[in-house]
Design a protein around this ligand. Structure first.
Ligand SMILES: NC(=O)c1ccc[n+]([C@@H]2O[C@H](COP(=O)([O-])OP(=O)(O)OC[C@H]3O[C@@H](n4cnc5c(N)ncnc54)[C@H](OP(=O)(O)O)[C@@H]3O)[C@@H](O)[C@H]2O)c1
Ligand SMILES: *[C@@H]1O[C@H](CO)[C@@H](O)[C@H](O)[C@H]1NC(C)=O
Length: 332
């Protein structure tokens, strides 16, 4: 009897402990356990050759700095070579890396005919690729009924087809070596529906379907891991670089202050890589809670998404920054 009481009390304590952890969490609890008890990126990634796409801005740029600091050799890719040169320069300043440890490979994800040669360049320089971080991508801010089909095609090309193409080339090498890690930055919109981002959500859903299937196909290669990272709102240039109704029209700039700092997101991505986690969610509350609702209680998730989504659409139509006003009632 006494034993039961003790067990009961322990259960209650554990539940309260998990609840407090959850309320304070900025990532799914598995990832946060890995941060606390798992392998550190320092122990797993130093000396590795890591290829980062989208390294010229935002999350990819910050990832490059953190990887440089912990001693990874780097391949930096994006379309804008001049920006990559600046990132390389800063990497060299803040790390012990030498010039030859950082290779710049300009790359357009939408031009798949160049991906094989790019991969060969990297292999010629470093002889191996330990980690591929598929991070380059573009978002969308426009309502479906107002958006040209071209925008839908472009989003699929860059976020989905481009990533599939590069991954296939790099995997050739990893399969030969029977070793490697492919980490793809999806989004919480990779498994959640979000208004103003129907084409973006579709491209990230596609990516996750591809990667989850690929992981099973590579089941006989236990040392090749496929990881998916799903961030919520993070400080970067993603919104101002987003597609809108028309392919050539750019989105307005938005207030970044309420979003997760880029440094924190990058650190959690490195922990995902170091611990070979299959899928992680990196988002502050209440976005994290919404992820859990979508995964485990879809009925409630739909109710809540309808409420929040209606406000987001209303703000968008009134020209109010839809990204910094998810939960604000007052519209000013
Ligand atoms: N920030 C967020 O809130 C958030 C949330 C969820 C997921 N994500 C994902 O995180 C990843 C990084 O985005 P970010 O937030 O850091 O945005 P960002 O600041 O706009 O950076 C995007 C990067 O992708 C590159 N890129 C864009 N189009 C490309 C193309 N056709 N070929 C090659 N590279 C291309 C850009 O470089 P160039 O312009 O030089 O090519 C840039 O380096 C994206 O996959 C995004 O979907 C971001
Ligand atoms: C793709 O890259 C090749 C080689 O650099 C270039 O000749 C071609 O014009 C590019 N295609 C597009 C559509 O940008």
């Amino acid at each position: 009897m006494e034993l039961l009481c003790v067990l009961g009390a322990l259960c209650v304590l554990y539940f309260v402990f998990q609840l407090i952890r959850f309320l304070r969490a900025d990532a799914d609890l598995t990832l946060l356990w890995a941060e606390l008890l798992g392998h550190s990126p320092e122990s797993k990634l130093s000396g590795n050759v890591v290829w980062v796409t989208g390294a010229s801005s935002g999350i990819g740029e910050e990832l490059s700095y953190q990887l440089a600091k912990l001693g990874s050799r780097l391949v930096l890719s994006a379309r804008r070579e001049n920006e990559l040169l600046k990132v390389k320069q800063k990497c060299l300043e803040i790390s012990n890396l030498e010039d030859k440890d950082i290779l710049i490979v300009p790359l357009d994800l939408t031009n798949a005919s160049t991906h094989e040669a790019a991969t060969e360049n990297v292999l010629k320089h470093f002889g191996q690729i330990d980690v591929l971080v598929n991070n380059g991508g573009r978002s969308q801010r426009s309502l479906c009924m107002e958006t040209d089909l071209d925008v839908y095609r472009a989003l699929l090309e860059v976020n989905y087809v481009g990533t599939v193409s590069l991954t296939k080339h790099v995997l050739q090498h990893m399969v030969q070596r029977k070793k490697g890690k492919v980490i793809s930055i999806s989004s919480v919109t990779g498994f959640i529906g979000v208004p103003l981002s129907s084409g973006y959500a579709a491209s990230k859903h596609a990516l996750q379907g591809f990667l989850n299937s690929l992981r099973v196909e590579l089941g006989s290669y236990p040392d090749i891991t496929i990881s998916i990272v799903c961030p919520g709102p993070v400080q970067s240039k993603i919104v101002e670089n987003a597609y809108t109704e028309k392919i050539e029209k750019s989105a307005p700039t938005t207030d970044q202050s309420s979003k997760m700092p880029t440094e924190r997101c990058a650190r959690l991505i490195l922990i995902t890589i170091a611990n070979n986690l299959y899928e992680t969610w990196i988002a502050e509350q209440p976005f994290l809670a919404i992820c859990y609702l979508w995964q485990y209680t879809p009925t409630w998730a739909w109710w809540l998404t309808g409420k929040i989504g209606a406000r987001r659409i209303q703000n968008f139509k009134r020209g109010v920054d839809a990204d910094s006003s998810y939960f604000t009632k007052k519209i000013n």
